[in-house]
Design a protein around this ligand. Structure first.
Ligand code: HEC
Ligand code: HEC
Ligand code: HEC
Ligand code: HEC
Ligand code: HEC
Length: 438
């Protein structure tokens, strides 16, 4: 006999008329799928990957699949550099002992078991498997909790996530049959709210806000896709999703790369750059428009250390640099790198798109954990365009100037990368040269 249950409340507007925001989804459930077995042990990714080989290969290459082993995360947590020496930069420099929220999203399995915050050290000792296949596929529901009066989210994981630990694997297919586990169609897996569990972080500030900025743009119709549609793309040839499974159309198969700020191809999808060179009085004026045309949230994304640099250089027809004569605001801040090594662009003509956080004592760029205020928020919101103008001396004679416009993505601020001893390659989104005025 089939039983129908109401589930899938995706947005719970605290203090709002619930009838407006609750959209129940009717799904078929077999009784066993609703049971959450606290004695269940999550299986290793390798076990799932023995049949779901493409999924395992994809996922092992992702940042989510690497955490909590990701060394950048570990060193920023422990406040140590790449050599393991304390450097005072990171979470443990701010709070040397005790539990924190870091474990919640980077090791969600054991934090949910505990039902409260843990230190990362404890979480690892408890044998966390990180964000595993089995963790994601035994999630039953996720509620986004937002209070419109205080304009704050409640992002404590154990308030948001309902699990159904056990042998039923929840996913987007209505007709999957496996010899190894039961399956269940789960609407929440196809929605952005599933990702919201970790891609929003309410601290003093909303330090991670991918879901929040996506949601606002999605509700306005500016963004049409879900997180999954961009970050778990379908396609490719028809093939099985598991050894022994039937051949399925590529349109049903979701890649598990979760490409983001560490992937050049993904980053290059995000922005389009238009530039014009003209004469403005005595000056040569370069107008640049940078549009967030490919991301469903801000550009750059949420993580507090990400930044994008626009660099503008102008030379005359003989190749001699034209002096910058514009306002100081047309020069890059020290966050673009100070010193004389390649990539130190502080003071260079250009603009930075980022949202650096500063602590109460004025230290920055820092993480959300001790952020007191935002230094500036120049990230570009979905569908929006940032306009910037730069002024150089006009070329005296000999023909039009050549202007080089570059847009570069960095997953962390260069001065921090240098201090930490991290390895980071600039991702060049655009590098073009125009001539003008004609
Ligand atoms: C609400 C969930 C959540 C919490 C809590 C959280 N993180 Fe994260 N963390 C993420 C997500 C999601 C990303 C990827 C964000 C992005 O790229 O926009 C991330 C990325 C990072 C990165 C960048 C890693 C890289 O390789 O680029 C560092 C460093 C980091 N977190 C450290 C911490 C520390 C330290 C804490 C505790 C003070 C913490 N996180 C707490 C979810 C969380
Ligand atoms: C012995 C092989 C095997 C192993 C091991 C295995 N699976 Fe599967 N899985 C399958 C097959 C077969 C299907 C159904 C394929 C189809 O119908 O196209 C499936 C389907 C699924 C689905 C789709 C469910 C739905 O309704 O959308 C998910 C999710 C899933 N598996 C997750 C996992 C996870 C997580 C693990 C590890 C804990 C795992 N699988 C281990 C063979 C396996
Ligand atoms: C259990 C928490 C959790 C859930 C659920 C989650 N994420 Fe993540 N995600 C993270 C963490 C933590 C990181 C950062 C890992 C690191 O770099 O150490 C991350 C990283 C990423 C990145 C890569 C960021 C970068 O700059 O390389 C993408 C893209 C991403 N997640 C997309 C998604 C999508 C899409 C979903 C929903 C289908 C999702 N995530 C669900 C915690 C989560
Ligand atoms: C961060 C959470 C997350 C992790 C980790 C994760 N998945 Fe998924 N998986 C999803 C979501 C979400 C979907 C459905 C996407 C949609 O329909 O929009 C999915 C879909 C699937 C499906 C159904 C077929 C398909 O292609 O849609 C299978 C099978 C599956 N995952 C297996 C795995 C295996 C095996 C691993 C580990 C190697 C894994 N997943 C890791 C979130 C995750
Ligand atoms: C319209 C496509 C699209 C949608 C929808 C989308 N993203 Fe992205 N996302 C991108 C692109 C392109 C990038 C690469 C540029 C970048 O890293 O900023 C990206 C980057 C990211 C990153 C790394 C960002 C960084 O710079 O730190 C994370 C994490 C992420 N997305 C999570 C999400 C989540 C969670 C959702 C849903 C709430 C989502 N994305 C919706 C296209 C999309």
């Amino acid at each position: 006999m089939k039983k129908f249950v109401f589930k899938g409340i995706s947005i719970l507007g605290v203090g709002l008329a619930l009838s407006v925001v609750i959209c129940p989804v009717v799904s078929q459930a077999d009784a066993s799928s609703d049971v959450d077995d606290p004695n269940y042990h999550y299986m290793d990714n390798k076990v799932c990957g023995s049949c779901h080989q493409e999924k395992l290969r994809d996922y092992q290459s992702s940042m989510m699949g690497k955490t909590p082993g990701d060394q950048v995360f570990r060193q920023f947590y422990a406040a140590v550099n790449a050599e393991g020496q304390p450097d005072g930069i990171g979470f443990r420099a701010f709070k040397p002992k005790g539990a924190s929220d870091c474990a919640s999203c980077h090791t969600p399995d054991v934090v949910l078991d505990a039902g409260h915050e843990l230190s990362l050290e404890e979480a690892i000792k408890k044998g966390s498997k990180g964000i595993s296949c089995d963790y994601c596929h035994t999630i039953k529901d996720v509620k986004v909790i937002y209070n419109p009066e205080t304009k704050r989210y409640d992002t404590r994981l154990w308030k948001m996530v309902t699990r159904a630990r056990g042998n039923v694997k929840h996913g987007p297919l209505k007709d999957a049959k496996s010899p190894f586990h039961k399956t269940r169609f789960s609407p929440i897996h196809t929605k952005s709210e599933f990702c919201a569990a970790c891609h929003n972080n309410q601290e003093h500030l909303l330090s991670l806000d991918s879901y929040d900025t996506w949601k606002k743009a999605f509700d306005k119709g500016v963004v049409k896709q879900t997180c999954q549609q961009c970050h778990m793309p379908t396609g490719g040839k028809d093939r099985p999703i598991a050894l022994g499974g039937p051949v399925r159309p590529g349109s049903q198969i979701h890649r598990h790369f979760f490409h983001g700020g560490h992937n050049a191809d993904m980053v290059r999808k995000e922005a389009t750059v238009k530039a014009k060179v003209r004469k403005a009085g005595d000056a040569l004026r370069v107008d640049v428009d940078v549009t967030n045309s490919g991301a469903g949230h801000t550009f750059p994304g949420a993580a507090t250390l990400r930044n994008v640099l626009l660099l503008v250089d102008a030379v005359d027809a003989s190749g001699k640099p034209l002096p910058h004569i514009g306002d100081k605001k047309e020069l890059l801040s020290p966050l673009a790198g100070v010193g004389h090594s390649p990539g130190d662009f502080g003071g260079h003509v250009g603009a930075m798109f980022a949202r650096p956080f500063v602590s109460r004592s004025g230290k920055g760029p820092t993480g959300g954990f001790n952020a007191d205020h935002i230094l500036f928020d120049t990230r570009i919101y979905p569908g929006q365009t940032a306009h910037r103008s730069f002024h150089f001396s006009s070329p005296s004679s000999s023909g039009p100037a050549r202007v080089r416009v570059r847009l570069i993505y960095r997953w962390a601020f260069k001065p921090l990368v240098d201090k930490k001893g991290w390895k980071m390659d600039d991702i060049v989104i655009t590098d073009k040269t125009l001539t003008g005025p004609s």
